[in-house]
Design a protein around this ligand. Structure first.
Ligand code: 5AD
Length: 453
């Protein structure tokens, strides 16, 4: 049977979509190739959130096609995901040897289209149409008994799309309007994963705080999203729950309280700030102020003082002045994020911000980006060091990505801990003592490990 190689760009949602497509193809009898050169079919699952991500995938496809021509292979090539959705046929006009362009509502059709391409029944396929019910179609997991390596953690997609229309953001155009799965359907998928050995589930969506807002609604002052977390929390054998990404606008007291009431919901929150300037937040159409954002963080820290809090920030949004930028700097200082992704503003096709006056020059954006990165790194500098000597609970996920001889687990606050251990530790919750720290990783001593199970 033919083999497939999938390369993924962008967010965890994309990783999840790639996994579902891989599982779907494996179920049809395809094998997963170890490299792009060995594969009969190469798929690039793309990201459109910044121009650089799009350019990377386009250049990669150009190189793949060039290489295939040189080696005279008969490989098939496809773009799927966000850039496939936003650029569609334009991608084939640019790279005529591309065989497949598959939009974000069509992942579940990958198998049939690839079969047809390989059988010679289709020449080229472009499908970026909307499809009703597609939010519930991404359900296969590679773990479904097909893989020898059992997964400890899994992503579960709970909804698709976003209605927030932040002025910089292309996501509403690539992922469409908000559509949520039912709680029953999601719980069923989670339960199956737990039956196969999964211990930690991350609930995924572009704006999870809007989950089921219209379809399900609030009950007893609990949002549909909190109702979902409660339902997943009931699954026996599941140890941990995470979610990403929430929007500050929907981060209600019910969600803060969930961290108190639901012990499986771990102390980790990724909450995108984007800017510390109220003027910028308004132009970005974010729907909150810096004061409201800080209040959410304070509430989270009031219930869980050691919560690991991460964020996303954009520098160089159109019209951003030095004063606006300083507001972002000062809020970072005030809130002390454990982790901050800092992005240079990138104008996106058809977004309102791309047409705003006062687009900033590249050099200024670069310079602010470097300054904020430095400041955030400095603020974070001591944070990992503070863990040395402490005992932390980790869920052991498998061999370390840095050194396969050692094992890697994650704390509840989402910090990676590397330690010496064996196969039998994988999937276990353990307490380890942190013995040393680098700026991004903790190291634990196996000598003082207590198995808790
Ligand atoms: N330019 C730069 N960064 C962006 N992001 C989203 N759109 C853009 C853009 N046009 C960032 C935001 C978001 C993260 C996933 O990507 O910070 O939270």
């Amino acid at each position: 049977m033919p083999s497939v190689f999938i390369k993924t760009y962008g967010c965890q949602m994309n990783e999840r979509d790639s996994e579902a497509v891989a599982a779907q193809l494996v179920a049809k009898g395809y094998s997963l190739a170890g490299s792009e050169d060995l594969a009969d079919v190469v798929l690039l699952n793309t990201c459109s959130v910044r121009d650089m991500a799009e350019q990377k995938a386009i250049n990669k496809m150009g190189a793949l096609i060039g290489n295939a021509r040189k080696r005279k292979t008969n490989q098939k090539f496809g773009f799927m995901g966000c850039m496939a959705q936003s650029r569609g046929k334009e991608l084939i006009d640019r790279l005529p040897d591309v065989d497949l362009v598959l939009g974000t509502q069509k992942f579940h059709r990958a198998g049939e289209y690839i079969d047809a391409l390989l059988a010679g029944n289709s020449k080229q396929v472009v499908d970026t149409e909307a499809e009703k019910g597609s939010e519930a179609a991404i359900r296969e997991h590679i773990n479904d008994g097909q893989s020898a390596k059992k997964a400890v953690t899994a992503f579960v997609s709970i909804m698709q799309g976003c209605n927030q229309y932040c002025t910089f953001c292309i996501v509403p155009y690539t992922r469409g309007k908000e559509r949520s799965r039912t709680i029953e359907d999601i719980v069923k998928e989670c339960r199956q994963l737990v039956d196969q050995g999964v211990k930690e589930i991350t609930l995924l969506g572009q704006i999870v705080t809007s989950f089921g807002r219209r379809e399900i609604g609030s009950k007893d002052d609990k949002s549909a999203f909190v109702q979902l977390i409660e339902a997943v929390h009931e699954i026996e054998g599941l140890d941990r729950i995470r979610f990403t990404s929430p929007h500050p606008k929907g981060y209600g007291d019910d969600l803060v309280q969930a961290f108190v009431d639901l012990p499986k919901l771990v102390e980790s929150a990724h909450l995108p700030l984007q800017s510390g300037s109220n003027r910028m937040l308004k132009l970005m159409h974010r729907g909150y102020t810096r004061e409201r954002f800080a209040e959410i963080i304070q509430k989270l820290r009031a219930v869980k003082p050691h919560m690991g809090i991460g964020t996303d920030i954009i520098v160089g949004f159109p019209g951003e002045t030095e004063e606006d930028f300083q507001e972002t700097m000062s809020l970072c200082q005030e809130l002390q994020f454990q982790n901050a992704f800092i992005f240079k503003y990138s104008p996106r096709k058809n977004t309102p911000a791309a047409k705003m006056p006062d687009q900033l020059p590249e050099e200024l954006i670069e310079e602010r980006h470097a300054r904020l990165l430095n400041a955030v790194d400095e603020l974070r500098g001591g944070m990992y060091q503070d863990y040395v000597g402490q005992e932390v609970e980790i869920l052991v996920e498998g061999p370390s990505r840095k050194n396969a001889e050692r094992l890697e687990g994650r704390t509840r606050c989402n910090k990676i801990v590397i330690f010496d251990g064996g196969q039998r530790h994988i999937g276990q919750l353990m307490n380890v003592r942190v013995t040393s720290a680098s700026p991004t990783t903790l190291y634990g001593d196996p000598a003082i490990v207590n198995l808790t199970e």
